[in-house]
Write a protein of this length. Structure first.
Length: 324
């Protein structure tokens, strides 16, 4: 099967086109790294949701709840390990961040399992009801977060090892953004290898294309559905923890704020496509940073315009998988 490489050229093309407009090489490099970091964090949050829709045909607007819970759980663990976070030792910093990330993923995954059983399962195949009940689930989750953690925002200070920037001549690249790029690329690589090189991945891709066929072959696809939902929720928790450190504040509405970008990414990429989600996330992150620098007043609508342009070119997204 011939691989469509055209969408893969969009992000490099956008980076190249932005250079003459930015003018300064140092600013261009800084904005590019910032855009890649932002895009890859959004990808981590969006990848599970695009698989969930592709495999389960579920419009889960409650995905933002997993992002918010992951951010708050990670913040709680990191605040509890404050001395390790502020230590000048990289080992102690990692010893604080690693359990925080793990706790965020575990709690978000468990919440995702409960969410699927209680809220999503009764409305399979009913898109309007899915939108209503999952949006309601997000609202309830935000209120429960305020009950558990309080209504005030939590201020996070990055660990000492992740503060500041690497200086390469006149170019300053924030350490945390480099870490975000690395984590995002690792998540993408793991997902790509799992989907393309393993038996489970084969079943997931087959389920996205034709779930009835997979069931007719004797596989219990319902368990696969639930497993994908839980993994997607855990990835949302990971992304929420990273986003909280990125903004250095965590609020109950963090999930609702990010979910708009998440849906823009999966629509641009093509519903059900992890590769398309990856490309879409890079485009969204880069666009937001370049436009935010060049024309701050139109930055808010820049990604909506990007989505509109992509859909005018390819109405089903860059790499459509789910045939809806």
């Amino acid at each position: 099967m011939k691989r469509d490489l055209v969408p893969l050229l969009l992000a490099p093309l956008l980076i190249a086109v932005a250079f003459p407009f930015v003018g300064s090489a140092a600013s261009w490099v800084t904005l590019t790294v910032a855009g890649l970091a932002m895009g890859l964090m959004i990808f981590v949050m969006a990848s599970g949701l695009t698989l969930t829709f592709g495999l389960m045909d579920v419009l889960n607007f409650g995905h933002g709840a997993f992002i918010a819970v992951g951010a708050f759980v990670a913040a709680s663990v990191m605040l509890a390990l404050g001395p390790w976070m502020s230590a000048e030792s990289l080992a102690l910093n990692l010893a604080a961040v690693a359990p925080a990330i793990l706790a965020a993923m575990v709690v978000s995954g468990v919440l995702g399992l409960a969410f699927e059983r209680v809220i999503v399962r009764p409305v399979y195949g009913q898109h309007l009801k899915q939108i209503l009940v999952t949006t309601g689930g997000l609202i309830v989750a935000e209120q429960l977060i305020k009950v558990v953690w309080g209504p005030e925002q939590i201020t996070l200070t990055r660990p000492a090892a992740l503060r500041g920037a690497f200086l390469l001549g006149d170019v300053a690249i924030e350490k945390y953004r480099v870490l975000a790029v690395v984590v995002g690329l690792v998540v993408f690589a793991v997902l790509a290898l799992t989907l393309n090189r393993t038996r489970i991945g084969l079943l997931i891709r087959a389920g996205v294309e034709n779930g009835e066929m997979v069931e007719s072959l004797g596989y219990r696809i319902r368990r696969l559905f639930v497993g994908v939902f839980v993994v997607g929720s855990a990835l949302a928790g990971l992304g929420g923890a990273m986003w909280g450190l990125y903004q250095e504040t965590v609020t109950a509405g963090i999930g609702g704020q990010v979910i708009v970008l998440v849906f823009i990414v999966i629509i641009i990429g093509g519903l059900g496509s992890v590769g398309g989600c990856f490309v879409g996330a890079l485009l969204v992150g880069l666009t937001a940073n370049y436009i935010g620098f060049l024309a701050p007043k139109v930055a808010l609508g820049s990604n909506i315009l990007l989505m509109a342009l992509i859909l005018l070119w390819r109405p089903q997204g860059l790499y459509p998988v789910a045939k809806r």
